[in-house]
Design a protein around this ligand. Structure first.
Ligand SMILES: Nc1nc2c(ncn2[C@@H]2O[C@H](COP(=O)(O)OP(=O)(O)OP(=O)(O)O)[C@@H](O)[C@H]2O)c(=O)[nH]1
Length: 218
């Protein structure tokens, strides 16, 4: 895909966040989604990391620009500055750690106030492969998801189970909301860009890439 494809409306671009407590498996989920492999020896993320992948959802080509944020409290002020205008988020906890589950409300508040009240969020109960050490049941988390209007899946960054599905489900939901008019991709800070809209934006100097535009906005 080239910048021209994008400008001519051949694909959408969604800004995504991966948020949640330290150790929940955010970086491993992103790595599994981008590289199709489990990331061995994953260290704590310092600030934020970035990945992108082009996917096909409901017959449309969508480029996902994904910001993987550090879960550690000491990076909170840095990571918060990346939330603005995100269209979608994976909110991750670890099914073997109630501690990571207990902080979900804080992450949710941050996402809805700092990114957008319309942000589409999928709750991911990660480390599904460690069922024997489970501290949070599927039922409990699905109730939390329902009460807070989140989609929900249990995932495993180790085996890859439901990892692609989590990102795709979130993207599909955003596309549905665009189709139904519930989301306006042209609203400032929607986290969504598509060809027609980008043509109507003031011209960018030649050679400016979409990615660097995004970074300037942060
Ligand atoms: N068994 C199992 N281990 C996992 C899974 N996902 C991540 N891990 C392990 O959990 C630990 C933390 O994973 P990370 O992806 O670095 O966690 P993180 O949420 O990015 O952490 P921060 O960057 O500090 O916010 C690592 O030791 C991973 O190997 C999974 O699905 N199953």
């Amino acid at each position: 895909l080239s910048e021209t494809d994008f400008q001519e409306g051949r694909y959408f671009l969604f800004k995504f966040l991966v948020i949640g407590s330290a150790g929940a498996g955010k970086s491993c989920l992103l790595h599994q989604f981008i590289e199709n492999k489990f990331k061995q020896d994953s260290n704590h993320t310092i600030g934020v990391e970035f990945g992108s992948r082009v996917v096909n959802v409901a017959g449309k080509t969508v480029k996902l620009q994904i910001w993987d944020t550090a879960g550690q409290e000491r990076f909170r002020s840095v990571t918060r500055s990346y939330y603005r205008g995100a269209a979608g988020a994976l909110l991750v906890y670890d099914i073997t750690s109630r501690e990571t589950y207990n902080t979900l409300t804080n992450w949710l508040t941050d996402a809805r106030t700092l990114a957008s009240p319309n942000i589409v969020i999928i709750l991911c109960g990660n480390k599904k492969d460690l069922d024997a050490d489970r501290e949070v049941t599927f039922l409990e988390a699905s109730r939390f998801a329902q009460e807070n209007e989140l989609m929900f899946l249990e995932t495993s960054a180790l085996t890859g189970e439901n990892v692609e599905e989590a990102f795709l489900k979130c993207a599909r939901n955003i596309l549905n909301k665009i189709d139904s008019g519930e989301l306006d991709p042209e609203r400032m800070g929607s986290g969504i860009q598509y060809g027609d809209a980008s043509l109507r934006q003031p011209r960018q100097p030649r050679g400016t890439t979409t990615q660097s535009k995004q970074q300037c906005n942060c």
